[in-house]
Write a new protein. Structure first.
Length: 230
């Protein structure tokens, strides 16, 4: 039977995981966007060797399920860091690395492959004729990027970037596999105490819906404001 009396206690219990989940999501979003932007720039400029390596990287991380990458990072990242530290003569205990660091590294690596495509699409939508006109007016490459290129590509990329953030939020539900507690994991833990699983998961759904609504509205406002400026 559905019990409405547990909804409020479940709400406050699951709410505790919201700030941590958002902090991890924002960190992954920023890091993956920066890394994906770098990959997209290299791909756009067709830099030899590096471009082929990035294509291989994107194919790899698009094809491997995120949960597999998480487990590979969980078991492999401490070993890799331990080996690298011993080679350079630094003594560290990589096995004491917090699991939330591992989940951030793993999901950043996965999402960066998709962010690279988002930024690449925005770069390809830019009219190269504007670059020629800007150079004719005496713009340096830095001025061209700041005043012409970046404002336009960010407007084109905002809807896809907002979608990427929600993909990250949902991907974080896999973090419980290595004992990192996010909104979904907290819902599971809360339900395990009173066995009202439906109620707890419905509260989690509400949190996800509110976050998705806020992200969508913020993205729309930023896009509208940037379109006015450009």
């Amino acid at each position: 039977m559905f019990d409405t009396e547990v909804l409020l206690p479940d709400f406050w219990s699951i709410l505790d995981a919201v700030p941590v989940t958002l902090a991890m999501a924002v960190t992954i979003f920023i890091l993956s966007t920066l890394l994906g932007g770098l990959f997209a720039f290299i791909d756009h400029k067709r830099i030899p060797v590096l471009r082929q390596l990035i294509v291989l990287y994107k194919i790899t991380f698009k094809g491997i399920p995120m949960v597999v990458v998480i487990f590979l990072a969980y078991y492999g990242l401490p070993l890799a860091l331990q080996g690298i530290s011993s080679l350079v003569g630094i003594e560290i205990n990589a096995h004491s690395m917090p699991n939330w660091v591992i989940i951030i590294v793993a999901l950043t690596a996965c999402v960066a492959a998709f962010q690279a495509e988002v930024v690449k699409g925005a770069l390809n939508s830019f009219d190269s004729g504007q670059s020629d006109a800007a150079h004719a007016l005496g713009y340096t490459n830095g001025q061209l990027f700041r005043r012409v290129l970046f404002p336009q590509i960010i407007v084109s990329a905002i809807p896809d970037l907002a979608n990427s953030f929600m993909v990250i939020m949902k991907a974080l539900s896999l973090a419980f596999a290595i004992e990192v507690v996010d909104i979904f994991a907290q819902a599971q833990l809360t339900a395990a105490l009173n066995f009202y699983y439906l109620e707890a998961f419905l509260i989690a759904v509400v949190f996800y819906m509110v976050i998705a609504y806020v992200v969508t509205k913020v993205a729309d406002k930023i896009e509208a404001a940037l379109r006015v400026r450009t």
